[in-house]
Each structure stands twice: as structure tokens, then as C-alpha cells.
Design a protein around this ligand. Structure first.
Ligand SMILES: [Zn+2]
Length: 196
């Protein structure tokens, strides 16, 4: 089977074009290694497990919010999918969109999601900060290690050593916004529910 480069998703697609189309005969057009690394890491956040148990790939990159379909086996995915749109405060009061995270059951969030000054390279701290579950018909974000997670209505959401302990979760509903951390460089999340 031939796989088109578009299966690598929107973040890598433009790099492939610069490297292999525009940059084919003009090396200066080609993206630098650091750009590939940054965009690969952002693309990692758009991976979803395929629901077809016989899928040859098991995972695919979310590339079309309006039609969530595995690029490898063609299976249309069932059920809602929360997208966490990550924003950073580049200037006081100005929150810039700088990442997207596609949510599946048991997805972990790390420090590089919660803070805009933590790079997700090899040396990064891999202690999970929170995780997402689909529980009794609801998508929840369960706090594990974030010290100042704040609910959409502004209440602190304490970290919990016991998964599922009440008061330690935020329900991921379409349109809600909350702060992952109140510390400097802490990101804000805006939830979008797709595949409804
Ligand atoms: Zn598949």
C-alpha cells in the first residue's frame, strides 16, 4: 500500500512540501533539523488510537476534524473526541494558540503541555502531570501532579494520588476554558469536542 505524505498531518505537511517540492533544487528552502524535531513533537500530540482492532497501524494522526478517519485502514472513528487547544500568555492578557492535543482514554499530559517554557525533547521530565479518561459518558481530566490546576469557574483542582478521587477532575466539555497552571509560563486550555 502506498501512503501519501498527508497522513503525517497538517503540521508536518508544509515541511514535506518545503523539503521535497520547493527545496528539491534549492537547499536554502529546506527546513532545518530543529524545525523537524519541533513539528514531530507537536504532531505526536495529534496521534489517536485506531478503533479497528485489525488495523495494521493501530495509530493515526488526526488530520481532519470534520471527518475523523484512520489514514491506514479507513475506519471512521466513533464517539466524541476532545481537542485541548493550548494557549500561552506571550504578553500580559494575550493568549496565543501554540498547540493542540487530541484526547483519547488514558492520555497523559506532561510538563511540556502545562508550561510553555518546557521543551519536550529527550531530556524532558516524563512524570505524568494529569491524564484523561472517558468515564460514565463524560470526558475527564484527572489531576495527578499539577499544583495549581484551576477549574473553568476558577476553583482550585487539587492533585490526587488516587485516580478518580472526587474533586480532582475537570470535565472536558465543548467551549470550556481553564488554566493548567497559575505559575509563570502556565498554559491555558480551551476544549473543543469533535466527532459529535
Ligand atoms: Zn486504522
Amino acid at each position: 500500500m502506498q501512503i501519501p505524505y498527508s497522513v503525517f498531518g497538517p503540521i508536518l505537511r508544509t515541511l514535506f512540501e518545503r523539503a521535497f517540492i520547493k527545496g528539491l533544487h534549492s537547499p536554502n528552502e529546506r527546513p532545518a533539523a530543529i524545525e523537524w524535531e519541533k513539528r514531530l513533537l507537536k504532531t505526536w500530540d495529534l496521534l489517536l488510537p485506531c478503533q479497528n482492532p485489525n488495523c495494521p497501524s493501530h495509530w493515526f494522526i488526526l488530520h481532519d476534524h470534520a471527518n475523523v478517519q484512520c489514514s491506514f485502514c479507513g475506519t471512521k472513528q466513533k464517539g466524541t473526541i476532545p481537542i485541548l487547544r493550548l494557549r500561552s500568555e506571550r504578553r500580559p492578557g494575550q493568549w496565543t494558540l501554540d498547540g493542540e492535543l487530541a484526547v483519547y482514554n488514558d492520555l497523559y499530559l506532561f510538563k511540556w503541555h502545562a508550561f510553555d517554557n518546557v521543551f519536550s525533547g529527550e531530556e524532558a521530565d516524563k512524570t505524568p502531570q494529569a491524564y484523561c479518561v472517558f468515564y460514565q459518558g463524560k470526558w475527564l481530566l484527572i489531576n495527578q501532579n499539577i499544583t495549581s490546576l484551576t477549574s473553568p469557574n476558577g476553583n482550585p483542582v487539587a492533585p490526587s494520588p488516587q485516580p478518580g478521587q472526587p474533586g480532582s477532575a475537570i470535565e472536558l466539555k465543548d467551549g470550556v476554558q481553564f488554566r493548567l497552571s497559575q505559575e509563570p509560563h502556565g498554559r491555558m486550555v480551551e476544549v473543543q469536542i469533535i466527532n459529535r
